[in-house]
Design a protein around this ligand. Structure first.
Ligand code: PLP
Length: 385
């Protein structure tokens, strides 16, 4: 057996998962929208000031719901970051939208707010932002652009549970509370997990009624459940978006311990900063966090000078038993998008640079400081011979 000394990710269990799943089994109700789902959505509405939360089978499906709610039609344009996961793009492509990719900020992979307005046309319907690694996008600037041009805003908040944006007067506001919609992920690789799972946040009242219908396969079943109608019927398009109570029970076990989980992750994240700041390595940059961002320790990344160095570093650390990882490729530069747009892609060179040079370090709750030192040493030994 040649086990990795430091693997890239390990799921964290709070110890309450089995008990809550057992309770869900005992209620005899393991479909959607039972007591566990209710607990989770209330918890997040209260804690983060989200208007309406609906648990979904994934963040991907939450974004698909958002695209339906936005009423995206064939030919509508949607501006989104090039540096993101494919689901952000697919949700809109499935509705026939034209994807318009925006480049990243110079200092981090987030969408560059200063490049958005130049991409707006009369056909633009929505802007999508993704807060990479739980680092906030420039939400004051982006919200102002959306208001000025009457555009809808979706936050791909997959990575940013318990992350915040700070206003200049010190007020803190949860990521996921800015957009008309936000989509979170509880996939096993995120801070808070449910196996698979996600959540749609609807922050604008005018979308809530239709959200309930689309969520319930296009029926008014939720009105029926609230005894507002005596039978439910087909009202609109929709799909099967709701999360099972078994996963919601798992999710409750995690959310009930969110402060402890976040404290551990933030501590591990800060310890990496401490190690790398104290030992400046030529050719390797630390994440540059904007002053308005209060992160959540989701990802710790470094930026290499070029692709070859990044690839060689990944191999070097692997040989030492340390699993590092690259991350997203830039969607504007993907073969599939080039095929879709018949070769006429919009260039996003900064996103491309993050795609080629960014490296993620192991980060999870059971990671020890000794293991972090080992990760650090595997990296320094590559740069300093
Ligand atoms: C993880 C992730 C997703 C997908 O989440 P699922 O719950 O697996 O659908 C989408 N966008 C981003 C930015 C992600 O990191």
């Amino acid at each position: 057996m040649n086990e990795l000394a430091v693997s890239f990710n390990k799921i964290y269990l709070t110890g309450k998962e089995q008990q809550f799943i057992q309770e869900a089994l005992q209620t005899g109700k393991i479909g959607s929208r039972g007591v566990f789902s209710d607990w989770c959505t209330h918890f997040m509405e209260q804690r983060y000031g989200f208007k309406k939360c609906l648990l979904t089978t994934s963040c991907t499906s939450a974004m698909e719901m958002a695209a339906i709610l936005m009423n995206i039609q064939a030919g509508d344009e949607v501006i989104l970051p090039s540096y993101t996961f494919v689901s952000t793009a697919n949700a809109f492509l499935l509705r026939g939208a034209k994807l318009v990719f925006a480049d990243s900020e110079a200092k981090n992979p987030n969408i560059d707010a200063n490049r958005i307005e130049a991409l707006i046309t009369p056909r633009t319907k929505a802007i999508v932002v993704m807060h990479y690694a739980g680092i906030a996008c420039d939400m004051e600037k982006i919200s102002a652009i959306c208001e000025k041009h009457h555009l809808l805003l979706l936050e791909d908040a997959a990575q940013c549970i318990d992350a915040y944006y700070t206003y200049s007067d010190g007020r803190k506001r949860a990521l996921g509370s800015f957009g008309h919609f936000a989509a979170f992920s509880f996939h096993e690789t995120k801070n808070i997990i449910a196996g698979e799972g996600g959540m749609l946040v609807v922050n604008d009242d005018c979308f809530i009624e239709r959200a309930e219908i689309i969520y319930e396969k296009g029926t008014n079943r939720s009105q029926f459940l609230q005894q507002k109608v005596d039978k439910y019927e087909w009202k609109d398009i929709g799909s099967s978006f709701a999360l099972s109570e078994l996963n919601a029970a798992f999710l409750k076990a995690q959310l009930a311990c969110i402060d402890e989980i976040q404290q551990k992750r933030n501590k591990a994240w800060s310890y990496y900063v401490h190690l790398f700041e104290k030992n400046n390595i030529m050719g390797l940059s630390l994440p540059d966090i904007p002053a308005y961002s209060v992160g959540n320790g989701h990802i710790f990344y470094l930026i290499c000078e070029n692709y070859t160095i990044r690839e060689n570093l990944l191999n070097h650390s692997k040989k030492q038993g340390v699993q590092l990882a690259f991350h997203f490729s830039s969607l504007a530069n993907s073969p599939y998008f080039k095929e879709l747009s018949h070769g006429s892609t919009n260039e996003t060179p900064v996103a491309e640079c993050f795609a080629r040079c960014l490296v993620r370090l192991p980060l999870y709750n059971s990671l020890t400081e000794n293991q972090q030192v080992r990760v650090f040493e595997s990296i320094t030994s590559f740069f300093i011979h």
